[in-house]
Design a binder for this molecule. Sequence first.
Ligand code: FAD
Length: 510
Amino acid sequence: MSNDRSLSRRSLLKKSLTITGGLMASGLLDPLAWARLVEISEQRSAALKKMGFKGTVVKRGDKTFDSYVYGELWNKLHPERSPDIVCVVESDDDVITCIKFASANKIKVAVRGGGHNWCQPSVRQGGMLIDLSRLTRVVSIDKDNKKAIVEPIVSNREMQKALNALGLSYPTGHCPQVKMSGYLLSGGMAWNHGVWGPGVGSIEAIDLVTAEGKLIKASATENQDFFWACRGAGPATFCVVLRYHLKLYDLPKYIGSSAYYFPYSQLLALSDWVSQTAPKLPANVEFSIFAITAPDKYKEQCAADGSKDKIVLVTAVSFTDTREQALKDLDLVDKCPLMDHALERNFCAETNFEKLFDASGALWPENLRCKVDAIFSESNLQKLYGPVKDHFRDFESPQTVLMFAAFTGPDLPLKTPADAAFSMTGNFYGGPWTMWQEAKDDSRSIAWHEKCIQLMSPEICGHYVSETDTIDHADYNKKAYKGKNFERLAVLRKKHDPQGLFFDWHEGLS
Ligand SMILES: Cc1cc2nc3c(=O)[nH]c(=O)nc-3n(C[C@H](O)[C@H](O)[C@H](O)COP(=O)(O)OP(=O)(O)OC[C@H]3O[C@@H](n4cnc5c(N)ncnc54)[C@H](O)[C@@H]3O)c2cc1C
């Protein structure tokens, strides 16, 4: 689906109408066809209940249908697609019932975890949406053996809260609300990734329901195809994951955080310095550079130096055990030769996961319309920021973030597990998180975003599968894998889902 097409179709719909009702009102669906769809949905709902389904079935025509389909999506730039039926499951048995019913009736299946994937692959046109939002338990934590079992809908913040209380941790993602569900299926760009690795690297086993409706466990020693695929397939996962068995780590006893604001005029010099410095920092330091809109207190200064309202933020976080070690870890960053230009300098403040989540949450606020492409690069950040420096400066969009994490330590690029679908990596990870508030800014913001990616494209070596626009850019799917992993995923899907029960990368998008 191209942006142009999606926009022109979107413009057909009156904003005040709900999307399904809107389809009818706009003449895209005649009343008879609509009535037939409602009738089919009702029949399916009744049949599922008869089979013992205990959760909630929401069908076309129900008042709450749109809120079940779109309500939990993080990105408020909603697609026009919609399933025929939503099944909110409450148990393993509910999932098995859904899969058996869908298979017997040749109904396509999409799965929703937390609804945080920016391009919303959980919403497909037609078929059944299996919604996992009620599977919210931390099933067990084995403190002595450093192991946990969690259901999909446990958020990054909830995970750390439960584990940190016991002196343990897990390589969760950065924003508080994101759920384990799709995060762990994607790869998992984690806190302290330099030491703990990406999230998928610490999955020991997965409980899942196959396209045949069988509940199985996949690990390095059983059902290896699923274990390989689920650790990186992201939106192309061809099963329903119900539980993750995870290896845990000791909670670092001291987390020190440095943050510096610099004038936007220093962006290119800083990005070169960040690129040169990252390999010299220890792997337990997470090092990032952000181009953002300046906090109010710096707006005048920024305008005066020709940067409009833009500013640069550099952050470095050391995950270690003592303040002394954190001071040493972060010293090189504080000795940045450009420090004389700094507008604000905060060196090695003690922090914790709660505060880290608050800080990330503030940069990625809720309830916005978004277009996101997280990419990997092996280049120099100066070459990524160079072509887009003015493009970003001139973009009026206070929420948009153009950031890169520079992987640290001598052993770059960041390692991915040898035996998992997740394989894309680089020295840098990041890109534009284009975020805005109002529908009137859709076309301007989308056009800005696409241009931004186009300008950076010579330096992009790959995309991150669950934070890139695999819907509007089908080619980004393949670009999210190295070697033959993309092809192997297709082979395994055919082997384990021969009927094509689960929507694949491209189906149900228009
Ligand atoms: C604010 C924000 C911050 C983020 N920060 C990070 C970060 O720091 N690191 C990082 O790696 N990612 C990050 N992400 C990206 C996020 O991890 C992925 O988009 C992930 O897919 C979200 O999981 P979800 O369960 O909400 O996915 P959903 O949108 O619910 O699902 C996306 C697709 O994943 C598949 N899927 C999800 N769960 C299951 C399941 N249990 N079984 C089978 N298939 C399933 C389905 O195909 C589904 O269509 C961030 C996203 C947001 C919105």
